[in-house]
Design a protein around this ligand. Sequence first.
Ligand code: GLN
Length: 538
Amino acid sequence: MKNTKYVFVTGGVTSSLGKGIIAASLAKLLQERGYSVTIQKLDPYINIDPGTLNPYEHGECYVTDDGAETDLDLGHYERYLNIPTSQANNVTTGRIYQSVIDKERKGAFLGKTVQVIPHITDEIKHRIQLLGNTGDFDIVITEIGGTVGDIESLPYVESVRQLLWELGEENAIVIHLTLIPYLAAAGELKTKPTQHSVKMLMQSGVSPNILVCRTEHEISDNIKQKLALFCNVKKEDVIQSIDAETIYDVPNLMFEEGLDKVVLKKLNLKGANEPNLKKWNSFLTKHKNPKNTIEIGLIGKYVELHDAYKSISEAFIHAGAYNEVKVNIRWIHSEELTLENVPQKLDKLNGILVAPGFGERGIEGKIEAVKYAREQQIPFLGICLGMQMAVIEFARNVLLLKDANSTEMNNTTPHPVIDLMEAQKDITNYGGTMRLGAWDCKLEDNSNVKSIYKSNFISERHRHRYEFNNSYLTEFENAGMIATGKNPETNLVEVVEIPSHPWFIGVQYHPEYKSTVLNPHPLFVDFVKAALTYSLNS
Ligand code: GLN
């Protein structure tokens, strides 16, 4: 059993400072020094999880092996640390209140008045320590979502205050991530917003141990000294976090600034090795020195917000580095695609990816994009809804099943080639009720996917309600679209391929969730390779 130490990361001044990246970078450095580390995100909103949120609100919904629908920061944690996260790694205010209210209904509070303090804060503390209590981790980093001073963050800050007191100085510390804005007119970096946000934390009884300061310009020694004096920290505890060329530079930048060193010192962890960033840096070198450039079209309906496809764009970075290729993404709005403009909008692409999604908006454009990729022999990857669109396109244009559709879009279609799963038919609640998390899949011999994965058995993460309608399978296979991956127990179709096409794969699951810096996903690696071959030959 390890004596787990806790690092809390709070945010000040504004949102979007990149707490997730700082937490992941610190975790990476500690991991590469030999510690076992995990990261947790506490989100102060009332939704039970982000599964019911529109991607325009919070970007992508990330899915873990155990089927939790989570904040996209968990994707960063997995991509950096190369270890899976779980339901315990993301907790929302909604979930906290739900547990407390459930207990109240069961009479668990023995007639007491149930209050924010101590009942909500106790539940928060319990959730924070769940990961530590597994005994698997030397260090748990807990990122508190939102900005210090928000009303909704208060119970979290109070829980941190109590834990700091309960666990003691060398077992728990607070890193406060803050902004040092540059006023161009004055030509100066300003420390006042940071002073105020630290003061705000102190009013809640929490004194940060380390300040990580986001900045566009180098922070001078004088400014560090000033911040130290007014925020009650030592100068060495003021860490600069300057804008980086890529998020994958941040672990190195934090190492140069000594963030991991001051953390270890404060937690009284002695004798650690130097972090071994050899593999990480060999990825970075390849990422920064591509030999070729390709362009992939990403067809989706949330393309205005790139964060809605975060894991996909990051998977392209990993796969690009592996192939020593720069992958440029052309973000294409599916609602704007028509039969007439597809050749122009998809012109010169080396690969086409039709993205996941829900609902009817933009699906006809996605179907046109699939048709173009299929007919022009352009490498094609369809993910989840993208795979379903590939099936519909094939049904309409090859099997000539006019008006074939998914019952998600048209429940009176004469040809429901994509239909609601049996297990989904009686479900009325939207939250957390899809086919979620890791499921086994058996790949056919002699298929493209089998040679890509180099295995007959894989496990991939899912998030959907609809599936390929197996009553049409023979018709599809006779016409050249083959189901090359199936769930071994239920026979649900997980992968379709067109063997007569150079590279055409649709997957019902989400390969992007499992791509990491050290383990780029084989499907993305091979898709990029196929796109490169296509670009060199065209
Ligand atoms: N809307 C589709 C379904 O529920 C696809 C979901 C997705 O792309 N994640 O089956």
